[in-house]
Design a binder for this molecule. Structure first.
Ligand SMILES: Nc1ncnc2c1ncn2[C@@H]1O[C@H](COP(=O)(O)OP(=O)(O)OP(=O)(O)O)[C@@H](O)[C@H]1O
Ligand SMILES: [Mg+2]
Length: 254
């Protein structure tokens, strides 16, 4: 099962991804967690110690050079378009129980569609992870889903778009929907987060009536406190866990 989590900034992608991954881990699943959002910290939300010390792959200059035979930042020169990446999930992930976490990091975009050693390595890695790995894969992505090329997108079992009750979050969901269909990713589901009332739920259902809803997560101050304290949302007492658990049943992990 390969899942990608996307949505507008701040809607709760990382919180949801962390709850999903920790719950699956609790049920004995092996999960490869991919932090594909340059600004995010999925490792901290998972409760991995020293999360801020994990170097993103995009910043591993020696590795990028070794694998692509070109210096990071160089554009237009020669480099390997198919760098070896199959050993990287084992070698470079931070571990917690049965969870392996990889931070991809960001690539400086030089003009439109940067083709540089670091983006080539990341693209090859994501393709490998989605196409060739046996374990459950959960990717925490930014609002854009550009890490997913056509070849990869078709192998993603579900793109989960997190939304909150608000117009901009809905606009972003529609935008992601469009991007997804352009790259051939058809299975999309929505998670309504930060729900304060039945009215919030109805608002989302009304405005996103062409989406499948995986479920809703109530607004909970305890999640914000956990974030501020650097504690995983899974390690606190929050109803959110129960709701995410129900969503996992719907997703039907074999
Ligand atoms: N159900 C909820 N109730 C209350 N607060 C929540 C809920 N879900 C997430 N939050 C809080 O909202 C903030 C943003 O959450 P999170 O970092 O998970 O969002 P994100 O979409 O990953 O953000 P970014 O786009 O910056 O990566 C955090 O403070 C988090 O604790
Ligand atoms: Mg995030």
């Amino acid at each position: 099962m390969k899942l990608a989590v996307s949505g507008k900034g701040g809607v709760g992608k990382t919180t949801f991804a962390a709850l999903l991954i920790r719950t699956l881990n609790d049920r004995g699943k092996h999960v490869l967690a991919i932090d594909a959002d340059p600004d995010a910290n999925l490792a901290a939300a998972l409760g991995i110690p020293n999360a801020d010390k994990i170097t993103p792959i995009a910043e591993m200059k020696d590795l990028i050079f070794e694998r692509t035979e070109a210096r990071p930042g160089s554009i237009g020169g020669f480099f390997k378009l198919n760098p070896r990446v199959d050993d990287l999930p084992e070698a470079l992930s931070a571990k917690l129980d049965n969870i392996k976490l990889m931070r991809l990091g960001g690539v400086q975009k030089g003009g439109s569609g940067c083709i540089c050693p670091e983006s080539t390595l990341l693209r090859a890695l994501v393709t490998h992870i989605v196409l060739a790995r046996d374990e459950v894969v959960v990717m925490d992505m930014e609002a854009g889903i550009e890490h997913l090329g056509r070849a990869t997108a078709s192998a993603v079992d579900k793109l989960i778009v997190v939304v909150e009750p608000g117009r901009r979050s809905i606009d972003t969901a529609e935008h992601i929907h469009k991007l997804a269909s352009e790259i051939g990713l058809k299975t999309i589901a929505v998670v309504g987060n930060k729900i304060r009332s039945k009215k919030d739920e109805e608002f989302l259902k009304k405005h996103l009536n062409d989406f499948e809803f995986l479920g809703f997560i109530p607004y909970d101050d305890a999640l914000i406190e956990a974030d501020l304290d650097g504690v995983s949302p899974f390690d606190i007492d929050s109803a959110a866990k129960t709701y995410v658990s129900e969503m996992i049943s719907i997703l039907n992990f074999s």
